[in-house]
Design a protein around this ligand. Structure first.
Ligand code: SF4
Length: 377
């Protein structure tokens, strides 16, 4: 089982890095955890130009000029957890709803008609309102129309992930939110999500169940972003070692205004997030890096080709919001309001290829069996 090292130790390792360590990391063909710590450190600040160049080269070599596009589809705003930073927190007085299967299918059809082939199904964590049977049925209804269906919902059991994979869901995102145990306790007041270790163990469960892709990440703004980056690197390396057949992605959700008056204790600037993205790209050339519509168009456009490989577009963070723009109760406000065609056009203008489909369910026929837990050390 993956265990996060003490957060204070991670900070210490980063603070110990100097300019020589950074230069060594930038000169190396591949870097390990020590190199990642150096690139995340304040000592790397003067080297941002070199890091950008290296990150862009690696991204181009591994992913070509492709930028994958996806859209989130919010299914339910019910949640039994109390996370202080989230608009869906059980404490917040918002109008909540869970889409019926027909409504969810209707929203998906709208996204399909807008040109999306990759769907991310999102919900608050309230299994009594929206459980595995719902997701399974929805996936069965949508699988023929979408090249890829991912989920970002409550952590499930291994056999439930296997069931959803069989129904056509191929990727699962489970963000740790923060790898800092003390902060985790402070911001997750109650509900199943308040169990740090259970959440940390879930990405391995997902991979062991045979899912094609697992997404991890931390909410930027809750704790020290440099140490979060090092913890993400350690988690990635552990998952790669134990589940080499599983594709991995990292997301960079930078905190946005939400209900509940929560102010991020340690806000992360664009420049800092950029350093984090470059460092992780140099550390793990194969990892998919997601940049969502939380970020403004100007920043997303500027980052094209420099590291991120997957962009969301035209996102709405409230259930039913694609068909009805008047519904309220969003999880967070978005920073880039352009639709998929507008985002695609900018990607093309900058010399990249907007990819709406990068996977076909036909690939799934030739057996990705669950990776045996017996193989997991
Ligand atoms: S972050 Fe997720 S689990 Fe926490 S309140 Fe929001 S929707 Fe619920």
């Amino acid at each position: 089982m993956f265990v996060t090292p003490d957060f204070a130790e991670l900070k210490k390792a980063i603070a110990a890095a100097d300019a020589f360590d950074v230069q060594q990391a930038l000169a190396a063909e591949r870097i390990g955890i020590k190199g990642l710590a150096a690139l995340l450190s304040p000592a790397a600040k003067p080297y941002m130009g070199v890091m950008a160049e290296k990150s862009a080269q690696i991204t181009g070599r591994r992913f070509g000029r492709a930028v994958q596009l996806y859209a989130p589809l919010y299914l339910s705003s019910f949640c039994s957890n109390r996370c202080v930073y989230c608009g869906f927190s059980a404490d917040n007085q918002i109008e909540r709803r869970v889409l019926t299967l027909a409504e969810a299918e209707h929203e998906a059809t709208i996204l399909h008609d807008r040109g999306f082939n990759h769907l991310l199904l999102v919900s608050g964590e309230a299994p009594a309102k929206m459980g595995v049977a719902y997701l399974e049925e929805l996936a069965l209804r949508l699988r023929d129309r979408f090249a890829a269906i991912s989920i970002e919902v409550q952590p499930l059991r291994g056999e439930e992930y296997a069931r959803l994979f069989a129904a056509g869901i191929t990727a699962v995102a489970v963000y740790q939110e923060t790898y800092d145990r003390d902060v985790y306790r402070q911001v997750h007041l109650s509900g199943k999500k308040s169990d740090y270790d259970h959440r940390l163990a879930t990405p391995a469960l997902v991979a062991a169940a045979g899912m094609r892709e697992v997404g991890i990440g931390a909410l930027l703004g809750l704790s020290d972003w440099r140490a979060e980056g090092l913890a993400i690197g350690l988690h990635l390396a552990w998952l790669r070692k134990h589940f080499w057949r599983t594709a991995l992605t990292v997301s960079f959700p930078r905190m946005r205004p939400a209900m509940g008056e929560f102010t991020p204790p340690l806000p992360v600037s664009e420049r800092e997030m950029t350093q984090l993205i470059f460092a992780l790209r140099i550390f793990d050339p194969d990892v998919g890096l997601l940049l969502s519509t939380r970020e403004e168009a100007r920043y997303r456009d500027g980052m094209l080709g420099l590291g991120p490989t997957r962009y969301s577009a035209g996102s709405c963070t409230v259930p039913g919001g694609y068909g009805n723009r008047d519904v309220t109760g969003e999880q967070f406000s978005v920073g880039d309001h352009r639709n998929i065609d507008e985002v695609s056009e900018v990607i093309r203008q900058k010399g990249f290829d907007p990819v709406r489909k990068d996977w076909d369910p036909i690939f799934q026929m030739h057996g990705r069996r669950p990776q045996s837990a017996a193989l997991v050390i």
